[in-house]
Design a protein around this ligand. Sequence first.
Ligand SMILES: Cc1ncc(C[n+]2csc(CCOP(=O)(O)OP(=O)(O)O)c2C)c(N)n1
Length: 342
Amino acid sequence: MAIRAAAAAVRSIQEGTDARMERLGRAMLRARLLEEKLGSLYRAGRIVGGVYLGRGQEALSGAGGVALRKGDIFAPLIRDMAGRLAFGEPMEDALRAYLGSRLGPMKGRDGNIHRGDLSRGILPMISHLGAMVSTLAGVLMAKRMKGEKRKVGLTCAGDGATSTGSFHEGLNLAAVERLPLVVVVADNGYAYSTPNERQFACADLVDRARGYGVQGHSVDGTDPWVCAEVLQGAVDRARGGEGPQLVVGKLLRLCGHGEHDDGLYVDSKIQRSERGRDCVQVMESEMKKRGSGKEWQSWRAEAQAEVEAAVIKVSAEPVPDPFEEDWSATKSGSEAEESGSS
Ligand SMILES: Cc1ncc(C[n+]2csc(CCOP(=O)(O)OP(=O)(O)O)c2C)c(N)n1
């Protein structure tokens, strides 16, 4: 009986793991294919402003989105398309921000990477350079004061962002307050064109966790399985009251800083190293090895169809009309008048 119970438990853990990896794999593919399309739309002149992609960072980002639950708060950065989709941002809403649709969560009036949706627990990004750590710490403190329990906040930072004052102030505050905060550092080797050795003098950014008094975790950011496990563990620990968690993933940005940047300064030795692996290819070949190649192909086909359908739908949507806009970020004009605000 006990053996049977143990076997059932093992099976259910395995099924849970498989379900989590399916969510992650699908989010990675959806993000990769959507971003390839965004690159094309940018080159075709259909997108106003810059386009910044998360190529090569889908496993680490997506694993964060998968590890969170409904009711948690996610503060994504510019390379977190996979995390956003995994956490539940509809692909159509993402596209609406890029194509300026009035039906998007920012009503087509904000920069594409600055989109958020408070109703889904996604904070609009203020800046890529550390600002979201203190913003999220503030949200978590407010939740604590309101008596909301077991809600986790997760945000991200680049290696460059870890050198800013905002990052330091935010993480220090979160550590002192023992907030349920997970900070995922995507150490992709470069802050724009500045390599790691010109940014910080410690051997590994995870070493800083000790200085802040928080738990630190290192992860190979190119391995989807390891990312899923480590991120889930960090989120669970934060939820369980163990305070802030710093997760540092080593990987490489497999694109320019933005689509306007060719990234030619990236060292070819790093590109050829383990760190330069493409997490999407890693997952594809591992799934093939495990006999699940057909499943992967069907996820890819579904993601491709979703991207095509979303582009067609969102392209036909209205854009904001300056003469009809209420110019209120959060409420319609009549609602604002009723509550006496202007
Ligand atoms: C205060 C400020 N300075 C400079 C910039 C321009 N900028 C945006 S992202 C970035 C580099 C960020 O590097 P990193 O944190 O490593 O993230 P990555 O782009 O590699 O993901 C810079 C210099 C900015 N947005 N804000």
